[in-house]
Design a protein around this ligand. Sequence first.
Ligand code: ATP
Ligand code: LTN
Length: 329
Amino acid sequence: MNKKIILSGIQPSGELCIGNYLGALKQWNILQDKYESIFLVVDMHALTVDQVPSDLRQRCLSFVAQYIACGIDPDKSIIAMQSHVHEHVELMWVLNSLCYLGELNRMTQFKDKSKDKKNVNVGLFTYPVLMASDILLYQADLVPVGADQKQHLELSRDLAIRFNYKYSDTFKIPEPFIPESGARIMSLQDPLKKMSKSDSNLNNIIALLDSNAIIKKKINRAVTDSGSEIKYSEDKPGLSNLIDIYTSLTNEKIEDVEQKYIGKMYSVLKKDLIEIIIDFLGPIKEEYTKIISDKAYLAEVLSDGSEKASFKARRTLSKVYRKVGFVKK
Ligand code: ATP
Ligand code: LTN
């Protein structure tokens, strides 16, 4: 029987952070053993925010190296650069013609990212249609993402259903795969907003490549409340976020962690968490340093990945072109 397909992607903006790991990469790593897997660096999505071209180019390669250092295995999974497979934008155009302005107007990520901007580019607005095309092109069954992507995924499903209804069955209807723990890691300085890799205040995030000294400084400075009891609760968002990071990295239960720290001060929990993060990121950073220096290896992974991805993408796109009534080449 054919294996089910998973697909996901991260946009190369900012620095990959522990939120991206716990919400996405950790599940990719586990799921790649069971599913046929495609993991993209969605560089075209990254153009929707300002980029310095030479930085973007380096960051794209750095993200591929970080995917591999986090355990994504190019022998098991396809790792590809979105811009290397031109079918993504071609399918997007077809989906654009099925998507309503009202649907895009409701997207909370668009509202957040366009807030306070003088000029909002059209790419930021149609971003979710490109994401739908990433997913539908590969006939993905499951999309492992953090909780913030749920709304985008619902749009992908709606567009697939609409296309299938209008032209006959073509796309699989993808399901989100959102982890129970670590789906929404919050900012260290403002625990009411999510940790985001392109946050301009780097004290809000733990980057996967942060040095040990920086990790220590950021966790020590992380905002907590003025109480003293180590308890996971809505009115202690800062502390609860630290417990979330703790349990997601150690796979311990929240109750067990609360039990372990009865009568102990916040500073004890912070000290242990620093150690947990340092121990966890150490091997990833070491692996990353080896991979990033081997440019020939990275080029080979990407050329292999884009060849395999293009093959699958072509199949879906030619079906779509036929169904919408385009003349065969
Ligand atoms: P940016 O700040 O550049 O918009 P981001 O950190 O929000 O980036 P994305 O590229 O939008 O990251 O998301 C990559 C993946 O990481 C997605 O699956 C997303 O759901 C997940 N993710 C992002 N932030 C978090 C978070 N704070 N907690 C858990 N998962 C997250
Ligand atoms: N919009 C996603 C990134 C993304 C994605 C995808 C995720 C682009 N294409 C396809 C899953 C599947 C985000 O995390 N901001």
